[in-house]
Design a protein around this ligand. Structure first.
Ligand SMILES: NC(=O)c1ccc[n+]([C@@H]2O[C@H](COP(=O)([O-])OP(=O)(O)OC[C@H]3O[C@@H](n4cnc5c(N)ncnc54)[C@H](O)[C@@H]3O)[C@@H](O)[C@H]2O)c1
Length: 352
């Protein structure tokens, strides 16, 4: 756990080490209030200039207009190639802020300070930055690695419970990629009851695990694809729920997509039925079921086939499967009949 004073001291130290000509803070309208003590403390640093760049909160503002506004504010405040950006917020802020850092004067340095669990365990780590465009998620972006990623785990106390659940979707995914030990540890937790220390521990674990993978394969040529475990169906479910006006946070959709991947891993790889049952029980205990049925399978398939992460043949989808926790396999083709069979089992395991 890190209090405001030690967090601001750590950020100040990182700014000093990077020795920019100026440093700027970028945050969103919600976080500007929640993190006022941190932002005020940083405002006293000799290199932090101007007022924070504050973008309106919400995924609908992760767009080029807000990028242009942020770039204009940097220019007006005299930012140069030697300046740096401190992005403080959830995944929306670190995705957009990281993209601003990637393109301003062809790239300036930045630090991410996460204030959501999803940001801390996933979005702020690994250098994928970008914005949505014409209804497509992360359609415009760049790889641009932050100098450092930090998390304000104490600020998670003000997150609504659904945001903690969303973060846990990526936590449990990371645990299955990493090891049996961590998977058992996470499946022994209840997201609603996780305390500050448990959250701080899983943030450290997930950040380190993601960094390990990303450092081995920064541009997602191979190994990095393991991080997409649960995402093929998870993204399709997220889009389907959005189309039906019953949106579900990203990480909650991933938690459900993960069950489909585990079922497929049991059907097509060596994952035991016991892991599928264990995870299905944890999912049922902690997450609301998603409202869809076999009448939506056709649409789910169409969405998944058009996902930019799927570069497989049109008659199959690329999945990450598991032989066991800690033993993922990338680029496993899954045909439509197989996926539909797995979705049928998913429905049964959800008690339908
Ligand atoms: N770059 C990557 O590798 C990567 C990975 C996963 C997700 N993402 C992106 O991350 C984004 C989702 O991130 P998110 O879930 O953090 O969303 P978010 O940043 O939109 O935050 C969710 C909401 O919580 C508010 N908030 C932030 N911190 C808070 C706090 N401490 N207390 C109370 N409210 C707070 C925000 O203002 C916002 O309204 C999506 O845009 C997604 O595409 C990126």
């Amino acid at each position: 756990m890190t209090d405001v004073i030690s967090l601001s001291t750590r950020i100040a130290h990182l700014i000093d080490e990077a020795s920019p000509d100026r440093a700027f803070i970028l945050t969103d309208t919600n976080v500007a209030g929640i993190e006022a003590p941190l932002i005020n403390a940083l405002a006293g640093h000799k290199l932090v200039v101007g007022r924070p760049i504050i973008i309106p909160a919400g995924e609908e503002n992760k767009n080029l207009e807000e990028v242009a506004r942020a770039v204009a504010q940097l220019s007006d405040a005299g930012a140069t190639r030697r300046s740096m950006l401190v992005c403080i917020g959830g995944g929306m802020v670190t995705d957009l802020g990281g993209f601003v850092a990637a393109i301003f004067k062809r790239g300036i340095r930045h630090i991410n300070v996460s204030t959501t669990l999803l940001g801390a365990v996933d979005a702020s780590v690994g250098g994928k930055t970008g914005v949505d465009f014409e209804g497509l998620k992360n359609e415009i972006g760049a790889f641009h690695m932050p100098l450092e990623v930090l998390a304000d785990t104490l600020s998670f106390r003000s997150l609504p419970p659904i945001e903690i659940l969303s973060g846990f979707g990526e936590v449990v995914k990371t645990a299955f990629i990493a090891s049996e030990e961590m998977t058992l540890r996470v499946l022994g937790m209840s997201p609603a009851e996780a305390d500050d220390d448990a959250l701080a521990e899983i943030c450290r674990f997930c950040r380190d695990e993601k960094l390990r993978v990303v450092e081995a394969d920064p541009m997602e040529k191979g190994l990095r694809k393991v991080l997409n475990l649960g995402h093929t169906t998870g993204h399709a479910l997220e889009s389907l729920m959005l189309e039906r006006d019953t949106p579900v946070p990203h990480g909650c959709a991933i938690a459900h997509g993960l069950l489909v991947s585990l079922i497929l891993s049991n059907m097509m790889s060596e994952l035991t039925q016991q892991w599928v049952s264990r995870y299905a029980a944890w999912l049922r205990a902690n997450y609301k079921p998603l409202p869809f049925s076999c009448s939506n399978y056709e649409r789910l398939w169409q969405i998944a086939i058009h996902d930019k992460k799927n570069s497989g043949e049109a008659d199959s989808l690329n999945f990450v499967l598991l032989n066991a926790p800690g033993h993922p396999q990338i680029d496993r083709p899954v045909t439509r009949p197989r996926l539909e069979a797995a979705l049928d089992i998913y429905q049964e395991l959800q008690g339908r």
